[in-house]
Design a protein around this ligand. Structure first.
Ligand code: GLU
Length: 384
């Protein structure tokens, strides 16, 4: 009875593994999870206190569907100051980041349209594109080139049906950060062929080397770019479901039409607390990035000692995407790692055809978990 639209769409690979890990842990199994991309820190106290204050003040009703004006303004001010995106509150829609991507695809893709995206890429882009009836066109990236997408390949893939390019820097799953020169070339392709760009910048603040640049800050790009980001990764607020889209007012009004017919608005008290996240003290978010960097360095040291794995040192996000030698499918490797070594990782194939032969490790977990988990992976690989 399920619709044609949904029939061939798999459930999210990342969420499915995380659900499985929760079940196994509830059964009492000692699982070390490197599967879900979520910080292990708790949300900073000033944000939690602001939420409690909001609840105690009775801020528990619907809000305007595009979000409370204070939060839209706070997002716009931050995007202007830190990302040089020429926007104001009216250019912001408050919505969970994943919902923003989903709605952008529904609002701007028609059946048969083509969307160019790098491969490997985060698991849900393909599903959102297909649910809109459109077709993903994957541009393979290479381990040897730090997974940086080649703009010449993007240009070669443009056809009369191409409608959108999706970029994600820093990238999930590879952690690669697109250099300014590459972003500028992608921008000029978008302008030349009159394409939309969906720029997923959810890891924008989790960056260790290099600088985060928003493609919407380039000349002629603001009106053709939907920039999506949110609080989940920066402020350890995954459960709060607060993110946003930044775009032209016309685009925001189109996305808001979908929002008004679906979730209505984001959670009221989470929105008020989010103003505190953006405007209040920022020391916790800086500490998180310092700790992620230490964990990245530790994880890379430990992997480098292991036989049969090769890894890049990613510049951002909190993922490693090692290439493995054994000749087995990544889905099989991940299942065996979980069942035999009690370590959860995400198979590379979940991120697209070029992800086969790799697996993703989220190191947003404690150093102790990293040490114990990597010891288990090492032993597992040695016994293979
Ligand atoms: N984005 C995170 C991940 O890739 C959270 C899960 C999801 O939304 O896919 O693990």
């Amino acid at each position: 009875m399920v619709s044609e639209r949904l029939k061939n769409i798999p459930a999210s690979g990342t969420v499915a593994i995380s659900n499985k890990v929760s079940r196994l842990k509830a059964e009492g199994q000692d699982i070390i999870s490197f599967s879900m991309g979520e910080p292990d820190f708790t949300t900073p106290a000033n944000i939690v206190d602001a939420c409690i204050g909001s609840l105690n003040n009775g801020f528990t009703h619907y809000t305007p569907s595009p979000g409370i004006p204070e939060l839209r303004r706070a997002v716009a001010e931050t995007a202007l100051a830190e990302n040089k995106i020429p926007c104001r509150g009216a250019n912001v829609l408050i919505t969970p980041t994943k919902q923003a991507i989903f709605m952008a695809c529904l609002a701007y893709l028609d059946p048969g349209d083509e969307v160019i995206l790098p491969d490997p890429a985060w698991v849900s882009y393909e599903a959102c594109i297909r649910l809109a009836g459109a077709v993903p066109v994957f541009i393979p990236t290479k381990f040897e080139e730090e997974f940086i997408v080649d703009p010449a390949l993007i240009e070669a893939a443009v056809t009369p049906k191409t409608r959108m390019i999706i970029i994600n820097s820093p990238s999930n799953p590879t952690g690669c950060v697109l250099p300014e020169s590459v972003l500028r070339q992608i921008a000029s392709i978008a302008v030349r062929y009159d394409l939309l760009v969906l720029s997923d910048e959810i890891y924008e603040k989790v960056i260790y080397d290099g600088e985060h640049i928003s493609i919407a800050s380039f000349p002629d790009m603001f009106d053709r770019t939907i920039t999506v980001s949110g609080l989940s990764k920066t402020y350890a607020m995954t459960g709060w479901r607060i993110g946003w889209a930044i775009a032209s007012e016309e685009c925001i009004s189109n996305l808001n039409k979908l929002q008004s017919h679906s979730i209505s608005c984001c959670v009221s008290f989470a929105q008020q607390a989010s103003v505190e996240a953006l405007k209040g003290r920022q020391d916790d978010r800086c500490r998180f990035v310092r700790e992620f960097k230490q964990r990245r360095d530790l994880a890379i040291d430990l992997i480098t000692e292991m036989k049969g794995l090769d890894v890049n040192s990613p510049q951002g996000a909190f993922y490693l995407f090692p290439r493995y030698e054994p000749d087995i499918k990544s889905a099989v490797l991940a299942t065996r790692l979980l069942e035999q070594a009690h370590v959860a990782v995400t198979p590379g194939s979940a991120f697209g055809p070029a992800g086969e032969g790799f697996f993703r490790i989220s190191y947003a977990t404690s150093e102790e978990q990293i040490r114990v988990g990597f010891e288990r992976i090492k032993k597992f690989l040695a016994d293979l």
